[in-house]
Write a protein that binds this ligand. Structure first.
Ligand code: ZN
Ligand code: ZN
Length: 414
Protein backbone atom coordinates (compact mmCIF):
# COMPACT_ATOMS: atom_id res chain seq x y z
CA UNK A 1 0.00 0.00 0.00
CA UNK A 2 1.36 3.44 -0.83
CA UNK A 3 1.26 6.15 1.78
CA UNK A 4 -1.09 9.04 1.03
CA UNK A 5 -0.21 12.56 2.20
CA UNK A 6 -3.90 13.15 3.01
CA UNK A 7 -5.07 11.51 6.27
CA UNK A 8 -7.98 9.29 5.13
CA UNK A 9 -9.75 9.41 8.52
CA UNK A 10 -9.78 13.20 8.57
CA UNK A 11 -10.84 13.32 4.92
CA UNK A 12 -13.78 11.10 5.82
CA UNK A 13 -14.64 13.43 8.73
CA UNK A 14 -14.48 16.42 6.39
CA UNK A 15 -17.00 14.74 4.07
CA UNK A 16 -19.22 13.94 7.05
CA UNK A 17 -19.01 17.54 8.33
CA UNK A 18 -19.84 18.84 4.81
CA UNK A 19 -23.03 16.75 4.73
CA UNK A 20 -24.11 16.89 8.40
CA UNK A 21 -22.97 20.42 9.40
CA UNK A 22 -22.38 22.24 6.11
CA UNK A 23 -25.51 21.12 4.27
CA UNK A 24 -27.61 19.35 6.92
CA UNK A 25 -28.79 17.40 3.90
CA UNK A 26 -32.41 16.34 4.34
CA UNK A 27 -33.81 12.85 3.75
CA UNK A 28 -34.68 12.48 0.07
CA UNK A 29 -32.96 15.72 -1.00
CA UNK A 30 -30.99 15.69 -4.27
CA UNK A 31 -27.45 17.10 -4.29
CA UNK A 32 -25.61 19.01 -7.01
CA UNK A 33 -21.88 18.69 -6.32
CA UNK A 34 -19.13 20.56 -8.16
CA UNK A 35 -15.39 20.17 -7.82
CA UNK A 36 -12.08 19.82 -9.67
CA UNK A 37 -10.99 16.39 -10.95
CA UNK A 38 -8.10 16.47 -8.46
CA UNK A 39 -10.65 16.35 -5.62
CA UNK A 40 -12.17 12.99 -6.67
CA UNK A 41 -11.27 11.29 -3.34
CA UNK A 42 -13.37 13.88 -1.47
CA UNK A 43 -16.14 13.88 -4.11
CA UNK A 44 -16.50 10.11 -3.59
CA UNK A 45 -16.51 10.41 0.21
CA UNK A 46 -19.14 13.16 0.06
CA UNK A 47 -21.37 11.02 -2.18
CA UNK A 48 -21.03 8.19 0.34
CA UNK A 49 -22.05 10.39 3.30
CA UNK A 50 -24.83 12.02 1.27
CA UNK A 51 -26.42 8.66 0.47
CA UNK A 52 -25.93 7.51 4.09
CA UNK A 53 -27.88 10.64 5.10
CA UNK A 54 -30.71 9.65 2.75
CA UNK A 55 -29.89 11.70 -0.38
CA UNK A 56 -32.12 11.25 -3.42
CA UNK A 57 -29.66 11.58 -6.32
CA UNK A 58 -26.11 12.97 -6.03
CA UNK A 59 -24.92 14.57 -9.30
CA UNK A 60 -21.22 15.47 -9.50
CA UNK A 61 -20.13 18.08 -12.06
CA UNK A 62 -16.37 17.83 -12.41
CA UNK A 63 -14.03 20.43 -13.90
CA UNK A 64 -10.51 19.71 -15.08
CA UNK A 65 -7.57 22.09 -15.42
CA UNK A 66 -6.24 20.52 -18.64
CA UNK A 67 -9.66 20.76 -20.28
CA UNK A 68 -9.95 24.42 -19.26
CA UNK A 69 -6.43 25.18 -20.56
CA UNK A 70 -7.16 23.37 -23.86
CA UNK A 71 -9.76 26.05 -24.51
CA UNK A 72 -7.30 28.89 -23.94
CA UNK A 73 -4.72 27.17 -26.17
CA UNK A 74 -6.89 26.01 -29.04
CA UNK A 75 -10.41 27.50 -29.05
CA UNK A 76 -11.49 29.98 -31.72
CA UNK A 77 -12.08 33.62 -30.76
CA UNK A 78 -15.87 33.27 -30.54
CA UNK A 79 -15.57 30.57 -27.85
CA UNK A 80 -14.65 33.14 -25.19
CA UNK A 81 -18.06 34.82 -25.30
CA UNK A 82 -19.84 31.52 -24.76
CA UNK A 83 -20.82 29.58 -21.66
CA UNK A 84 -22.65 26.34 -20.89
CA UNK A 85 -26.02 28.07 -20.42
CA UNK A 86 -27.86 24.75 -20.56
CA UNK A 87 -25.87 23.47 -17.58
CA UNK A 88 -26.61 26.50 -15.40
CA UNK A 89 -30.28 26.45 -16.45
CA UNK A 90 -30.30 22.83 -15.28
CA UNK A 91 -28.68 23.80 -11.97
CA UNK A 92 -31.22 26.61 -11.47
CA UNK A 93 -33.98 24.12 -12.22
CA UNK A 94 -32.50 21.65 -9.73
CA UNK A 95 -32.42 24.33 -7.01
CA UNK A 96 -36.05 25.28 -7.69
CA UNK A 97 -36.81 21.60 -7.07
CA UNK A 98 -35.04 21.86 -3.72
CA UNK A 99 -31.71 20.22 -4.65
CA UNK A 100 -28.90 21.16 -2.25
CA UNK A 101 -25.62 22.59 -3.56
CA UNK A 102 -22.12 21.60 -2.50
CA UNK A 103 -18.96 23.08 -4.04
CA UNK A 104 -15.44 21.83 -3.49
CA UNK A 105 -12.76 24.51 -3.67
CA UNK A 106 -9.27 23.41 -4.59
CA UNK A 107 -8.55 24.61 -8.11
CA UNK A 108 -5.04 25.67 -8.98
CA UNK A 109 -5.16 29.38 -7.98
CA UNK A 110 -2.70 30.26 -10.76
CA UNK A 111 -4.41 28.16 -13.44
CA UNK A 112 -5.06 31.10 -15.75
CA UNK A 113 -2.01 33.16 -14.80
CA UNK A 114 -0.32 32.76 -18.20
CA UNK A 115 -3.45 33.34 -20.31
CA UNK A 116 -4.57 36.45 -22.21
CA UNK A 117 -6.36 38.65 -19.59
CA UNK A 118 -8.86 39.85 -22.22
CA UNK A 119 -9.90 36.26 -23.01
CA UNK A 120 -10.10 35.45 -19.30
CA UNK A 121 -12.30 38.50 -18.67
CA UNK A 122 -14.61 37.66 -21.61
CA UNK A 123 -14.94 34.02 -20.58
CA UNK A 124 -15.63 35.03 -16.96
CA UNK A 125 -18.25 37.53 -18.01
CA UNK A 126 -20.04 35.03 -20.28
CA UNK A 127 -19.90 32.49 -17.50
CA UNK A 128 -21.18 34.91 -14.84
CA UNK A 129 -24.12 35.88 -17.04
CA UNK A 130 -25.02 32.25 -17.74
CA UNK A 131 -24.59 31.31 -14.09
CA UNK A 132 -26.77 34.20 -12.85
CA UNK A 133 -30.16 32.39 -12.57
CA UNK A 134 -28.54 29.57 -10.59
CA UNK A 135 -26.33 31.90 -8.52
CA UNK A 136 -29.30 34.07 -7.53
CA UNK A 137 -30.91 31.03 -5.92
CA UNK A 138 -27.73 30.56 -3.90
CA UNK A 139 -27.17 34.23 -2.97
CA UNK A 140 -30.93 34.46 -2.23
CA UNK A 141 -30.48 31.36 -0.05
CA UNK A 142 -33.34 29.40 -1.64
CA UNK A 143 -31.68 26.10 -0.71
CA UNK A 144 -29.07 24.81 1.71
CA UNK A 145 -25.55 25.08 0.28
CA UNK A 146 -21.98 24.57 1.36
CA UNK A 147 -18.36 24.99 0.24
CA UNK A 148 -15.50 22.84 1.55
CA UNK A 149 -11.91 22.61 0.36
CA UNK A 150 -9.64 19.85 -0.91
CA UNK A 151 -5.81 20.08 -1.00
CA UNK A 152 -5.17 19.71 -4.73
CA UNK A 153 -1.47 19.39 -5.72
CA UNK A 154 -1.11 22.68 -7.62
CA UNK A 155 -2.84 24.61 -4.84
CA UNK A 156 -0.59 22.95 -2.22
CA UNK A 157 2.54 23.90 -4.21
CA UNK A 158 1.30 27.48 -4.48
CA UNK A 159 0.85 27.70 -0.69
CA UNK A 160 4.07 25.80 0.18
CA UNK A 161 6.39 26.40 -2.80
CA UNK A 162 9.57 25.28 -0.99
CA UNK A 163 8.30 21.82 -0.11
CA UNK A 164 8.21 18.64 -2.20
CA UNK A 165 4.73 18.03 -3.61
CA UNK A 166 3.66 15.32 -1.15
CA UNK A 167 4.90 17.38 1.82
CA UNK A 168 3.07 20.46 0.52
CA UNK A 169 -0.14 18.43 0.11
CA UNK A 170 0.17 17.03 3.62
CA UNK A 171 0.70 20.52 5.10
CA UNK A 172 -2.23 22.03 3.20
CA UNK A 173 -4.45 19.05 4.07
CA UNK A 174 -3.66 19.50 7.77
CA UNK A 175 -4.29 23.26 7.56
CA UNK A 176 -7.68 22.61 5.89
CA UNK A 177 -8.59 19.96 8.47
CA UNK A 178 -7.66 22.26 11.39
CA UNK A 179 -9.53 25.26 9.96
CA UNK A 180 -12.55 23.03 9.24
CA UNK A 181 -12.42 21.66 12.84
CA UNK A 182 -12.22 18.04 11.64
CA UNK A 183 -8.95 17.43 13.53
CA UNK A 184 -10.94 17.54 16.79
CA UNK A 185 -12.35 14.45 18.52
CA UNK A 186 -15.96 15.50 17.94
CA UNK A 187 -16.17 17.90 14.97
CA UNK A 188 -19.98 17.97 15.01
CA UNK A 189 -20.21 19.34 18.58
CA UNK A 190 -17.20 21.64 17.97
CA UNK A 191 -19.22 23.24 15.17
CA UNK A 192 -22.25 23.63 17.48
CA UNK A 193 -20.10 25.55 19.97
CA UNK A 194 -18.46 27.68 17.24
CA UNK A 195 -21.88 28.58 15.78
CA UNK A 196 -23.04 29.65 19.27
CA UNK A 197 -20.00 31.97 19.63
CA UNK A 198 -20.64 33.57 16.24
CA UNK A 199 -24.31 34.02 17.15
CA UNK A 200 -23.29 35.93 20.31
CA UNK A 201 -21.34 38.41 18.10
CA UNK A 202 -24.01 38.97 15.47
CA UNK A 203 -26.74 39.27 18.09
CA UNK A 204 -24.73 42.06 19.78
CA UNK A 205 -24.28 43.88 16.46
CA UNK A 206 -27.97 43.53 15.59
CA UNK A 207 -28.99 44.83 19.03
CA UNK A 208 -26.91 47.99 18.43
CA UNK A 209 -28.34 48.49 14.90
CA UNK A 210 -25.42 50.69 13.80
CA UNK A 211 -25.99 53.07 10.90
CA UNK A 212 -22.34 52.85 9.88
CA UNK A 213 -18.91 51.54 10.82
CA UNK A 214 -15.81 53.76 10.94
CA UNK A 215 -12.44 52.05 10.29
CA UNK A 216 -9.05 53.58 11.07
CA UNK A 217 -5.62 52.05 10.61
CA UNK A 218 -2.55 52.27 8.37
CA UNK A 219 -3.76 53.40 4.92
CA UNK A 220 -7.41 53.08 5.94
CA UNK A 221 -9.79 55.82 7.03
CA UNK A 222 -13.27 54.95 5.87
CA UNK A 223 -16.88 55.18 6.97
CA UNK A 224 -19.02 52.36 5.65
CA UNK A 225 -22.77 53.02 5.84
CA UNK A 226 -24.87 49.93 6.48
CA UNK A 227 -27.95 49.17 4.38
CA UNK A 228 -31.37 50.18 5.72
CA UNK A 229 -32.88 47.19 7.51
CA UNK A 230 -29.63 45.23 7.36
CA UNK A 231 -29.02 42.33 9.71
CA UNK A 232 -25.79 40.66 10.76
CA UNK A 233 -25.29 36.95 10.25
CA UNK A 234 -22.59 34.37 10.72
CA UNK A 235 -22.10 30.63 11.01
CA UNK A 236 -25.25 28.55 10.73
CA UNK A 237 -28.29 30.11 9.12
CA UNK A 238 -31.63 29.04 7.74
CA UNK A 239 -32.32 28.84 4.02
CA UNK A 240 -35.75 29.43 2.47
CA UNK A 241 -36.41 25.68 2.34
CA UNK A 242 -36.30 25.67 6.14
CA UNK A 243 -32.96 23.88 6.53
CA UNK A 244 -30.31 25.42 8.80
CA UNK A 245 -26.92 24.97 7.16
CA UNK A 246 -23.33 26.26 7.45
CA UNK A 247 -22.61 27.59 3.95
CA UNK A 248 -18.86 28.06 4.43
CA UNK A 249 -16.52 25.52 5.99
CA UNK A 250 -14.38 27.00 7.41
CA UNK A 251 -16.00 30.23 8.58
CA UNK A 252 -14.98 32.78 11.19
CA UNK A 253 -16.84 35.88 9.99
CA UNK A 254 -19.94 37.81 10.98
CA UNK A 255 -21.18 39.85 8.06
CA UNK A 256 -23.88 42.13 6.73
CA UNK A 257 -24.85 44.33 3.78
CA UNK A 258 -23.34 47.81 3.47
CA UNK A 259 -25.22 50.67 1.79
CA UNK A 260 -24.13 50.82 -1.86
CA UNK A 261 -24.27 54.64 -1.88
CA UNK A 262 -22.85 55.45 1.60
CA UNK A 263 -19.15 54.65 1.71
CA UNK A 264 -16.65 57.52 2.05
CA UNK A 265 -12.88 57.52 2.41
CA UNK A 266 -9.80 55.39 1.79
CA UNK A 267 -9.25 51.66 2.23
CA UNK A 268 -6.02 49.67 1.91
CA UNK A 269 -5.86 45.90 1.64
CA UNK A 270 -3.96 44.00 4.32
CA UNK A 271 -3.48 40.70 2.46
CA UNK A 272 -3.08 39.79 -1.21
CA UNK A 273 -6.12 38.59 -3.12
CA UNK A 274 -5.99 35.74 -5.61
CA UNK A 275 -8.56 36.33 -8.33
CA UNK A 276 -8.91 33.83 -11.20
CA UNK A 277 -5.20 33.11 -11.29
CA UNK A 278 -3.98 36.67 -10.79
CA UNK A 279 -2.53 37.91 -7.54
CA UNK A 280 -3.79 41.38 -6.67
CA UNK A 281 -1.79 43.00 -3.88
CA UNK A 282 -1.34 46.36 -2.19
CA UNK A 283 -4.84 47.59 -3.09
CA UNK A 284 -5.66 51.17 -2.17
CA UNK A 285 -9.02 52.60 -3.19
CA UNK A 286 -10.93 55.83 -2.69
CA UNK A 287 -14.71 55.78 -2.17
CA UNK A 288 -17.04 58.67 -2.97
CA UNK A 289 -20.79 58.20 -2.51
CA UNK A 290 -20.22 54.47 -2.23
CA UNK A 291 -18.40 54.22 -5.55
CA UNK A 292 -14.71 53.42 -5.98
CA UNK A 293 -13.49 56.43 -7.93
CA UNK A 294 -9.82 55.52 -7.79
CA UNK A 295 -8.17 52.12 -7.46
CA UNK A 296 -4.47 51.40 -7.22
CA UNK A 297 -2.63 48.15 -6.59
CA UNK A 298 1.06 47.36 -6.40
CA UNK A 299 0.30 44.09 -8.23
CA UNK A 300 -2.60 43.24 -10.58
CA UNK A 301 -3.94 46.79 -10.87
CA UNK A 302 -5.14 46.19 -14.46
CA UNK A 303 -7.05 43.05 -13.53
CA UNK A 304 -8.60 44.81 -10.53
CA UNK A 305 -9.84 47.72 -12.64
CA UNK A 306 -11.08 45.42 -15.41
CA UNK A 307 -13.06 43.23 -13.05
CA UNK A 308 -14.60 46.28 -11.32
CA UNK A 309 -15.76 47.48 -14.73
CA UNK A 310 -17.82 44.29 -15.24
CA UNK A 311 -20.93 46.36 -14.51
CA UNK A 312 -22.19 49.40 -12.57
CA UNK A 313 -22.23 47.55 -9.23
CA UNK A 314 -18.65 46.30 -9.67
CA UNK A 315 -17.21 49.49 -8.14
CA UNK A 316 -19.49 49.35 -5.09
CA UNK A 317 -19.47 46.97 -2.15
CA UNK A 318 -22.03 44.31 -1.23
CA UNK A 319 -20.60 42.82 1.95
CA UNK A 320 -18.85 43.95 5.10
CA UNK A 321 -17.47 41.25 7.41
CA UNK A 322 -15.74 41.26 10.80
CA UNK A 323 -13.13 38.65 11.75
CA UNK A 324 -10.90 39.01 14.81
CA UNK A 325 -7.14 38.96 14.22
CA UNK A 326 -6.92 36.04 16.70
CA UNK A 327 -9.01 33.77 14.41
CA UNK A 328 -7.30 30.38 13.96
CA UNK A 329 -6.83 30.93 10.23
CA UNK A 330 -5.16 34.29 10.85
CA UNK A 331 -2.96 32.74 13.54
CA UNK A 332 -1.87 29.92 11.19
CA UNK A 333 -0.01 32.65 9.29
CA UNK A 334 -0.66 30.79 6.03
CA UNK A 335 -1.66 32.71 2.92
CA UNK A 336 -4.01 30.22 1.25
CA UNK A 337 -4.50 32.08 -2.07
CA UNK A 338 -8.14 31.11 -1.66
CA UNK A 339 -10.93 33.41 -0.49
CA UNK A 340 -12.74 30.71 1.51
CA UNK A 341 -9.73 30.66 3.86
CA UNK A 342 -8.12 34.06 3.47
CA UNK A 343 -11.38 35.98 4.03
CA UNK A 344 -11.63 34.20 7.37
CA UNK A 345 -8.21 35.47 8.42
CA UNK A 346 -9.21 39.13 8.47
CA UNK A 347 -12.06 41.61 8.42
CA UNK A 348 -13.03 42.19 4.80
CA UNK A 349 -15.34 43.86 2.33
CA UNK A 350 -16.59 42.49 -0.98
CA UNK A 351 -16.96 44.27 -4.28
CA UNK A 352 -20.24 43.55 -6.04
CA UNK A 353 -23.35 41.55 -5.24
CA UNK A 354 -24.92 41.69 -1.77
CA UNK A 355 -26.61 38.84 0.10
CA UNK A 356 -30.41 39.28 0.28
CA UNK A 357 -30.42 37.29 3.48
CA UNK A 358 -28.50 40.07 5.27
CA UNK A 359 -31.72 42.10 5.44
CA UNK A 360 -34.51 41.80 8.00
CA UNK A 361 -37.13 39.67 6.21
CA UNK A 362 -34.61 39.48 3.36
CA UNK A 363 -36.08 36.27 2.04
CA UNK A 364 -39.34 38.03 1.12
CA UNK A 365 -37.83 41.23 -0.36
CA UNK A 366 -37.79 41.70 -4.14
CA UNK A 367 -34.48 42.63 -5.86
CA UNK A 368 -35.93 46.16 -6.34
CA UNK A 369 -36.71 46.52 -2.61
CA UNK A 370 -33.23 45.29 -1.73
CA UNK A 371 -31.70 47.88 -4.05
CA UNK A 372 -33.93 50.63 -2.58
CA UNK A 373 -32.63 49.74 0.91
CA UNK A 374 -29.03 50.09 -0.31
CA UNK A 375 -28.18 46.54 -1.37
CA UNK A 376 -25.70 46.42 -4.24
CA UNK A 377 -26.27 44.48 -7.44
CA UNK A 378 -23.51 43.05 -9.66
CA UNK A 379 -22.37 39.94 -11.48
CA UNK A 380 -19.23 39.88 -9.33
CA UNK A 381 -18.66 39.22 -5.63
CA UNK A 382 -15.00 39.57 -4.68
CA UNK A 383 -13.90 39.61 -1.05
CA UNK A 384 -10.74 41.43 -0.06
CA UNK A 385 -9.05 41.70 3.25
CA UNK A 386 -8.82 45.02 5.07
CA UNK A 387 -8.41 43.85 8.68
CA UNK A 388 -5.24 43.47 10.75
CA UNK A 389 -4.01 43.89 14.32
CA UNK A 390 -3.70 47.62 13.63
CA UNK A 391 -7.34 48.37 12.72
CA UNK A 392 -9.83 50.04 15.08
CA UNK A 393 -13.54 49.97 14.25
CA UNK A 394 -16.32 52.07 15.82
CA UNK A 395 -20.03 51.52 15.33
CA UNK A 396 -21.90 54.79 14.73
CA UNK A 397 -25.59 54.93 15.62
CA UNK A 398 -28.23 57.02 13.85
CA UNK A 399 -27.94 59.69 16.60
CA UNK A 400 -24.19 59.98 15.99
CA UNK A 401 -23.08 58.18 19.19
CA UNK A 402 -20.08 55.84 18.86
CA UNK A 403 -19.50 52.40 20.35
CA UNK A 404 -16.12 50.60 20.08
CA UNK A 405 -16.56 47.42 18.00
CA UNK A 406 -12.95 46.36 17.48
CA UNK A 407 -9.63 47.56 18.92
CA UNK A 408 -6.36 46.48 17.30
CA UNK A 409 -8.24 43.84 15.34
CA UNK A 410 -9.99 42.23 18.32
CA UNK A 411 -13.59 42.47 19.60
CA UNK A 412 -13.84 45.46 21.94
CA UNK A 413 -16.34 43.68 24.23
CA UNK A 414 -15.98 40.31 25.95
ZN1 ZN B 1 -17.26 37.29 3.73
ZN1 ZN C 1 -18.07 37.45 0.44
Amino acid sequence: MTRTPIDPVKLDKLAEVAIRVGLQLAEGQDLVLTGPSTALPLIRKIAEHAYKAGAGVVTPIISDEEVILARYRHANAASFDKAANWLYEGMASAFSRNAARLAIAGDNPMMLAGQDPAKVARANKANSMAYKPALEKITGFDVNWNIVAYPSPAWAKQVFPDDAEDVAIEKLANAIFAASRVDLADPISAWKEHNANLKKRWSWLNAHAFASLAYTGPGTDVTIGLADGHQWKGGASQSKNGITCNPNIPTEEVFTTPHALRVEGYVSSTKPLSHNGTLIDGIRVKFEGGRIVEAKATKGEDVLNKVMDTDEGGRRIGEVALVPHSSPISQSGILFYNTLFDENAASHIALGQCYADCFINGKSLTPEQIQAQGGNKSLIHIDWMIGSDKIDIDGIKADGSRVPVMRKGEWATA
